[in-house]
Design a protein around this ligand. Structure first.
Ligand code: ADP
Ligand code: MG
Length: 694
C-alpha cells in the first residue's frame, strides 16, 4: 500500500512505529483507530520542563524541574525502607525519596553528584519532598525541553512515554499530509480561527511561553478552534437531517375554524395569550407542504396538552390521522382521558395503543389505525413498532420528549414516514432546556415557548426540612387531608431500578398507613399492572384516596388539581429538573400549595445549594440554568441523551460562548459548501454518526 496517498483518517494506527495488534487494541479503547485519531487526541494537561525552579522557590504539589547537588544519601528504615537523598542548590534543600531502588541507583546517588530532577513536590516528613523523581546527571549537560510536555488521556497499559511517541510520529505524518482544512478561509477569517494543522501542531507541543493556564482550562484559541469544528459537526448533522426531512413533502393541513370554535367554546376557560401565540405558530407550520419540526417548551402546567389538541383538531379536520405518544403508561392514560373528553363531543374517533394490550385488543386497534377509523391515536412508544401502520398519518405529537433520547426521537421521525411524505412533528417538553443545550441538542427543531401559566394558579411554597423532623411533616399531611385536601408522598432512589423503587415505596406506604390510620393511603409505582395503576390514579383523582405514596412514575404530566401538598423524600438524589417536574404536580388548583423537600442529613454543600434553588424559585428556566451549572450538560440532558452528545474536545458548558458562532457558521456553510459539511460531519462523528441514518 502506498501510504503516502492514503489520507490520515484511513491510515490505521498500526502504521506508526511500535504499534502492533495488542497496542492497537488498547488504542481502540480510547477510540483511536487511525493516525488522524491520534492527532485529534489532545493532551489533558501539560508539564513544564522548559525551565529550572530554584528549590527555595518550590511550592507544594507542583510539577517542576530542579537542579542541585546531593549533600547526603542514606537508607532509612521507617515503616518502609527507603533511599533518602538531600538535594541542595543555592536557594534551599529538598528531599528525594525512593521506595524502590536498585543497587546501581544507590551507587549513583552519592553525595557530590549533581542532578537535574523532574517530579511533583509534596509535603513530606522533612518538608517538601519528591517521590521517585525522574533524574539525570547534570554533568552530562542535557538540554532542557524546548516545548511543554503533553500529558494525554490514557488507559491501562499505555504509558505517557508511549502516547508521546505516537503523537510525535503522528505529527510527522501531519507535515507530510495534513488533514484537509475543512473550514473555508472566509469563515475562518471571520471567526478568527487558525488553520487546523497549525492548531494541532501547537497543541501537541506548545512552545514554552504558551499560556498554560488557558491551555488547562481548554480556553486556548487553538483548542477553541478544534472545539468549534466539533460543535459545528454536531450542529451540521442535525441541520442536514432537518434539511433532508424538509425536502420531503408533508400533508398540508388547514384548520377548520368552525370546528375550532366549537372546541374552544366547550372549554371552561380561555386560552392564555401564550397558548394562542404558539397555536398560531403551529398552524403556520402545518399549512406548509414540508413537515413541521417544532418543539413546544412550556413549564409544567402551562397547558401544552391543549395546544397539541388544537393541532390535532386541525389535522383531523383536514382528513389526517394524529398519533400522540407519551413516555409512560400513566401519562398516555391521562392523555387518553383528556383527548377523549375534548374530542369525543366533536365526533372524533380515538384509538389507543400501548405495549400492555392483550393480543386481541391490540389486533383490533391495529385494524382501526390501518383503516383510518381511529383518527387520533394515543399511546406509548408501542405506536411506532414495526407492525403498526396508519392509513394517513399527518401529525405526530411526542409529549415530554426529554424522556426520550435524541436518537429515539430521530428514529421515530423515520417511522412515521409514509408514501414519500412525512407527518408533521410536534414535540413537547416541560423541562425547560438551557439555551445553550437547546442550541446543540435540538438544532433540527424550531422552538415555541409557552411562557405564561393559566391564571388563578397560586405559586407553590417550598420548604427544605431534615429527615429528623419527619413526625412534624406527617402531622402536616394529616392536617391538610383533614381539611379535604390531598397529598403526594414521593419516594426516590439513587438507582433507576423500578423494583427497588417499588419496594421503597411499599415500605413508606406501610409506615404512613400506620402513622396515619385515619387517612386513605394509596400506592402507585412502576411495578403495578397498568390496570392497577390506572385505578389508583383514577381513585386519587376522584378524591377517594387522601395520600398517594408514589415513586417518580408520577413525575410527568399527572394532573390532580385538589392535591396541594407534596412531600419528596430524599430530594437530594434527584436532578433539579426532575424535582421541578415533580413539584409541578401540585399548585394546579386555586388552593395554596406546599412542597416539602425532606432531605436525609447530612446534606452535602452542593446538595444544600441545589435544594436552596428549589426553595427560592419556581421558574423552570432559572432552575434549568442552575441545574446546568451545578451538574453539567450530561446530567441535565439525562443519560439517554448523552450517548448522542459525546464530544471529543468540546465541552458544552465551557464552550457555550462559541455556540452562536457555531450556529451562524453552520447555516452559512450549509448554503455555500454543502460538500464540506458532509466531510466535517464525517471527521467528527465518523462511524458514530447515527444522526444521519436517514
Ligand atoms: P402541561 O403543560 O404541564 O402539560 P397541561 O396541558 O397538563 O399542562 O395543563 C395543566 C392544566 O391546566 C390542565 O388541567 C389543563 O386543563 C389546564 N389548562 C390548560 N390551559 C388552560 C387555560 N388556558 N386556562 C386554564 N386552565 C388551563
Ligand atoms: Mg403535559
Amino acid at each position: 500500500m502506498n501510504q503516502e496517498a492514503v489520507s490520515l483518517d484511513r491510515l490505521p494506527v498500526t502504521a506508526l512505529k511500535g504499534v502492533g495488534d495488542r497496542l492497537a487494541e488498547k488504542l481502540a479503547k480510547l477510540g483511536l483507530h487511525s493516525v488522524q485519531d491520534v492527532l485529534f487526541h489532545l493532551p489533558l494537561r501539560y508539564l513544564d520542563r522548559t525551565r529550572v525552579t530554584p528549590i527555595g522557590a518550590l511550592q507544594p504539589n507542583v510539577n517542576a524541574v530542579i537542579e542541585g547537588e546531593i549533600r547526603a544519601a542514606d537508607i532509612v528504615y521507617g515503616r518502609r525502607r527507603s533511599l533518602v537523598c538531600r538535594l541542595q542548590d543555592g536557594s534551599g534543600t529538598i528531599t528525594l525519596r525512593f521506595f524502590h531502588f536498585s543497587a546501581a541507583q544507590k551507587q549513583r546517588l552519592t553525595p557530590g553528584t549533581r542532578l537535574r530532577c523532574f517530579g511533583e513536590s509534596r509535603r513530606g516528613a522533612s518538608g517538601l519532598e519528591f517521590y521517585h523523581p525522574e533524574y539525570e546527571s547534570l554533568d552530562e549537560a542535557p538540554a532542557l525541553e524546548q516545548r511543554l510536555t503533553p500529558v494525554y488521556p490514557a488507559t491501562e497499559g499505555l504509558t505517557q512515554l508511549r502516547m508521546r511517541s505516537l503523537a510525535t510520529q503522528a505529527l510527522v505524518w501531519l507535515e507530510r499530509q495534513a488533514p484537509a482544512e475543512l473550514l473555508p478561509e472566509e469563515l475562518r477569517r471571520e471567526l478568527h480561527q487558525v488553520p487546523l494543522a497549525e492548531a494541532l501542531r501547537y497543541l501537541h507541543a506548545p512552545p514554552r511561553d504558551a499560556d498554560v493556564h488557558q491551555l488547562l482550562e481548554g480556553e486556548h484559541p487553538y483548542q477553541q478552534r478544534l472545539a468549534f469544528e466539533e460543535l459545528l459537526a454536531h450542529h451540521l448533522s442535525l441541520l442536514m437531517l432537518r434539511q433532508q426531512t424538509q425536502a420531503e413533502g408533508a400533508p398540508p393541513i388547514v384548520p377548520d375554524t368552525r370546528l375550532e370554535r366549537r372546541f374552544l367554546e366547550s372549554l371552561p376557560f380561555e386560552l392564555t395569550g401564550a397558548q394562542q401565540r404558539v397555536h398560531r405558530e403551529i398552524l403556520a407550520d402545518l399549512a406548509k407542504a414540508s413537515p413541521m419540526l417544532r418543539m413546544v417548551q412550556g413549564d409544567v402546567g402551562s397547558g401544552k396538552t391543549l395546544v397539541a389538541a388544537m393541532a390535532a383538531l386541525a389535522a383531523v379536520a383536514s382528513g389526517y390521522q394524529v398519533a400522540i405518544m407519551a413516555p409512560t403508561e400513566i401519562l398516555a392514560e391521562q392523555h387518553r382521558n383528556n383527548f377523549g373528553a375534548w374530542l369525543a363531543p366533536l365526533d372524533i374517533e380515538l384509538g389507543w395503543l400501548t405495549g400492555r394490550l392483550t393480543p386481541a385488543k391490540r389486533r383490533a386497534q391495529l385494524e382501526r389505525l390501518a383503516s383510518g377509523e381511529a383518527q387520533v391515536v394515543v399511546g406509548t412508544h408501542a405506536l411506532f413498532q414495526q407492525d403498526v401502520t396508519f392509513a394517513n398519518l399527518g401529525l405526530v405529537v411526542i409529549d415530554e420528549q426529554h424522556r426520550f433520547g435524541v436518537h429515539q426521537r430521530l428514529e421515530l421521525r423515520q417511522k412515521g414516514s409514509h408514501g414519500g411524505r412525512r407527518p408533521h412533528q410536534l414535540i413537547m417538553t416541560a423541562t425547560p432546556i438551557p439555551r445553550t443545550l437547546a442550541m446543540s441538542a435540538y438544532a433540527d427543531l424550531d422552538t415555541s415557548t409557552i411562557d405564561e401559566l393559566p391564571p388563578g394558579r397560586t405559586p407553590v411554597t417550598t420548604v427544605v426540612i431534615s429527615e429528623q423532623r419527619r413526625p412534624e411533616v406527617i402531622e402536616r399531611v394529616s392536617r391538610a387531608c383533614e381539611q379535604g385536601r390531598q397529598a403526594y408522598w414521593v419516594c426516590t432512589l439513587i438507582e433507576e431500578s423500578e423494583t427497588l423503587a417499588a419496594q421503597a415505596a411499599e415500605v413508606s406506604a406501610e409506615n404512613l398507613r400506620e402513622a396515619l390510620p385515619q387517612l386513605r393511603v394509596g400506592l402507585v409505582h412502576g411495578r403495578l399492572k397498568a390496570k392497577e395503576k390506572e385505578q389508583m390514579m383514577a381513585a386519587f383523582k376522584a378524591g377517594e384516596v387522601d395520600l398517594l405514596v408514589a415513586t417518580t412514575v408520577i413525575e410527568v404530566g399527572v394532573d390532580v388539581p385538589n392535591a396541594s401538598l407534596m412531600i419528596i423524600e430524599n430530594p437530594e438524589r434527584l436532578g433539579l429538573a426532575q424535582l421541578h417536574q415533580l413539584r409541578g404536580r401540585v399548585g394546579r388548583g386555586a388552593e395554596a400549595s406546599h412542597c416539602v423537600l425532606l432531605y436525609g442529613s447530612p446534606l452535602s454543600r452542593q446538595g444544600r445549594e441545589r435544594l436552596g434553588v428549589m426553595r427560592d424559585t419556581s421558574d423552570g428556566f432559572v432552575i434549568a440554568e442552575r441545574d446546568l451549572q451545578l451538574r453539567g450538560p450530561g446530567e441535565v440532558l439525562g443519560t439517554r441523551q448523552t450517548g448522542d452528545m459525546q464530544f471529543k474536545i468540546a465541552d458544552l458548558e465551557r464552550d457555550a460562548p462559541l455556540l452562536p458562532r457555531v450556529q451562524k457558521g453552520a447555516q452559512q456553510l450549509l448554503q455555500t459548501h454543502p460538500g464540506l459539511c458532509q466531510s466535517i460531519i464525517e471527521r467528527w462523528l465518523g462511524e458514530n454518526r447515527r444522526y444521519l441514518r436517514v
